[in-house]
Design a protein around this ligand. Structure first.
Ligand SMILES: Nc1ncnc2c1ncn2[C@@H]1O[C@H](COP(=O)(O)OP(=O)(O)OP(=O)(O)O)[C@@H](O)[C@H]1O
Length: 305
């Protein structure tokens, strides 16, 4: 490990890449803990790709420095829209990615990886005509065959349908602990689903880095949409509103009530406990993601002070 990286897969110090006209990344002190999934979020043009390319060594900084725990050969990158030679099959793409990295995997290693990314059925199909989701998963297999210690994924779930997005996020989640991942997204909900830590970029500058839970605690009022059975929604709303930890409770049509709590733990434990106490059946309790997005937007758009 390089001196000074202590506990981090990669760390940057006053990193800058200035494209002029305010574009680029500036004064970035990033700490990516080892072994987990690290999310990099920001609006379009915030500098996510630039920072990822700097971390990967594919672009050079104008100022500042980067310390890696790993050799350059242990870093793999999956671009936002992976492109492959159209005449190669999926399995050949993975095998040739290994060859380019100087690795000679056993055929079973290639097929296991192709299976792991859910591409077994297409292993022997040429990549011409692959959907974006298939390309994304194949790109991840081509990166993983290099046995990276650090895997950099640029918007791996962007442009995918809900199923494709869920597949990619599940894969990222399953890789936690195996390799350090840094992945960019403009969706906080994706990051919340799979990441332990997150950095938020606004106009090229870091405005937050740390635990996802802490970001949510600081910027999001926890909220759930409940569906109940056995009692009118109005009555359930009233019962909830009387609880000291409930910030607001609103009917949202039919059997649905939306509850804002003063903290995630108080809502997660208090809502089921109250309903059990009152003998009310809870048919679903879903966090209100739209509000998470709104909080993220306020964090990324608010004026720098
Ligand atoms: N090679 C380049 N030369 C000049 N400007 C660039 C270059 N690459 C990126 N930029 C500009 O730097 C800013 C950050 O771009 P970057 O692609 O890093 O952002 P991003 O957060 O990844 O955006 P998106 O989510 O849209 O992909 C943008 O204003 C972009 O136009």
């Amino acid at each position: 490990m390089s001196p000074g990286v202590g506990g981090c897969a990669v760390a940057t110090h006053a990193l800058e890449r200035d494209y002029g006209g305010g574009a680029g990344v500036f004064d970035v002190d990033l700490r990516v803990p080892e072994g987990g999934a690290f999310g990099l979020v920001g609006l379009n043009g915030a500098g996510k790709t630039t920072l990822l390319m700097l971390l990967s060594g594919m672009r050079t900084p104008g100022k500042g420095r980067i310390e890696h725990s790993y050799a350059r050969s242990s870093i793999a990158v999956c671009p936002d829209v992976p492109e492959f030679e159209p005449w190669l099959t999926a399995a050949e793409v993975v095998a040739s990615a290994a060859g380019l990295a100087g690795i000679r995997p056993a055929p079973e290693e290639v097929s296991t990886l192709v299976e792991r990314v859910g591409m077994s059925a297409a292993a022997d199909r040429r990549t011409r005509g692959f959907s974006r989701g298939m390309k994304q998963r194949l790109g991840m297999a081509a990166a993983l065959i290099q046995r990276p210690r650090l895997l950099i994924l640029d918007e791996p779930a962007a442009g995918l349908d809900p199923q494709g997005r869920a597949d990619v996020l599940d894969l990222v989640s399953a890789l936690r602990g195996e390799t350090t991942m840094v992945f960019s997204s403009h969706l906080l909900t994706d990051v919340q689903r799979v990441c332990d830590d997150v950095a938020v970029l606004r106009a090229g500058r870091l405005v937050y880095q740390g635990a996802v839970d802490e970001l949510l605690a600081q910027h999001v009022r926890p909220s759930w949409e409940l569906r109940v059975r056995g009692r009118a929604a109005a009555e359930v709303r009233e019962l909830l509103a009387a609880e000291p930890w409930v910030v607001s409770a609103e009917e949202a049509g039919g059997d649905t009530v939306v509850v804002d709590a003063d903290s995630v733990p108080s809502g997660e434990t208090g809502i089921p406990a109250l309903l059990v106490r009152e003998g009310i059946a809870l048919t679903s309790m879903v966090p209100c993601d739209a509000r998470l997005e709104a909080a993220f937007m306020s964090l990324t758009q608010e004026e720098a002070t």
